[in-house]
Design a protein around this ligand. Structure first.
Ligand code: KG4
Ligand code: ZN
Length: 336
């Protein structure tokens, strides 16, 4: 079965073709970073308009790459939510129109389920069950994953997501949107021991997170040390604090569930320091950590096509109606 995946929940148009026998056949991405950069953040209306411009040419591109035509497509998976309503509507409208035209099933996919399953697209995928650390621009969650569609939330952020904290802190340090990767590059030139920032909720006894206080602590620190030469040390102090909290809670989640595998997904999973801390943490516990391919850490169509394929293989139902869910709890789609 050949599944066309369409991702349009935020500022990236991602299209992919996944074959349930032959694996990922093609994928293509258009990032809107340049479009939103001058506004310092995503402008929803501009995002929607750009998805409209990019989606059809990208579909043509992946079909050509996979040496396929639309008539070869057996099902269409699209991001139904969560995300920006207008942006989601572009992918949803297109998916349903194609579904009617081709007379094939159309599946609405939860964006975070896409991220959660994205490490399974790698050459050495993890087996179920595993604990997933989902760290994206909008979410920070620890999930227990028993299988496709069987997710239990272990912990969540009470305020800012890890990616959001990276982006807001980057802005404070004068770095351009979206900032996370730039902040991390700056941090690598800094001394992480010069300034000590708080480790929010490290000893809270649960698996929840809170990052907005850390951002405020950075603001206070930058006011005390306004010299641009100090920025790398501040960035390094911030990065080490976030990596330490995410790592400690992930280790506690492994301990609590007895799981031996940790899967990291979402854009912050590209962070080198976090990866190193998690690798060291699991090694101590005799566990393993799995990361998605770097290109599949951030938003992409491949994870949506793959999640759609898994849903189809596991008897998931095609979407009867046409709608988007800008807010949507991942656990709500989980089988009991
Ligand atoms: O998964 P994703 O595309 O976002 C959502 O679905 O929300 O991830 C984007 C987030 C942004 O906040 C970005 O700053 C962050 O991932 N990010 C990073 C790095 N690369 C991307 N954060 C820290 N270090 C990085 N290297
Ligand atoms: Zn995402």
């Amino acid at each position: 079965m050949l599944i066309l995946g369409i991702e349009s929940s935020c500022d990236e148009t991602g299209i992919a073709l996944y074959d349930t026998e032959r694996g990922l056949r093609a994928h293509a991405l258009h990032s809107q970073i340049a479009l939103h950069a001058e506004y310092g953040g995503v402008v929803p209306e501009l995002a929607s308009r750009d998805h409209i411009r990019r989606a059809v040419p990208l579909i043509r591109q992946v079909l050509a790459q996979a040496d396929s035509v639309l008539a070869d497509v057996d099902a269409i998976a699209y991001t139904e939510g969560p995300g920006l309503a207008g942006a989601l509507l572009v992918g949803t409208g297109l998916a349903h129109a194609l579904g009617v035209a081709l007379a094939v099933p159309v599946l609405g996919v939860h964006h975070l389920e896409g991220h959660l399953l994205s490490p399974l697209l790698s050459d050495s995928p993890p087996a179920f069950p595993f604990v997933a650390l989902l760290v994206s621009g909008g979410h920070t969650q620890l999930m227990q994953v028993e299988g496709v569609g069987r997710y239990v939330t272990l912990g969540d952020t009470l305020d800012d997501a890890a990616g959001e904290a990276f982006d807001k802190t980057a802005k404070l340090l004068g770095l351009d949107y979206p900032g996370g990767a730039a902040l991390s590059a700056l941090a690598e030139q800094g001394d992480p021991t010069r300034f000590k920032l708080p480790r929010p909720m490290l000893h809270s006894g649960d698996l929840d997170f809170s990052f907005s206080g850390l951002k405020t602590a950075v603001l206070t620190l930058t006011q005390k040390h306004p010299d641009p030469a100090d920025r790398a040390d501040i960035a390094a102090a911030f990065q080490v604090a976030i990596a330490e909290v995410l790592t400690a809670k992930s280790m506690t989640a492994l301990k609590q569930t007895g799981a031996k595998r940790l899967v990291v997904a979402g854009g912050v999973g590209a962070n080198r320091q976090l990866r190193a801390a998690l690798v060291a943490g699991v090694a101590k516990r005799g566990a393993q950590v799995f990361f998605p391919r770097l290109e599949f850490c951030t938003d992409n169509g491949a994870m949506i096509a793959y999640a759609g394929a898994m849903r189809l293989l596991h008897g998931g139902e095609a979407a009867g109606s046409f709608g988007v869910r800008s807010r949507w709890d991942l656990q709500a789609i989980s089988a009991p």
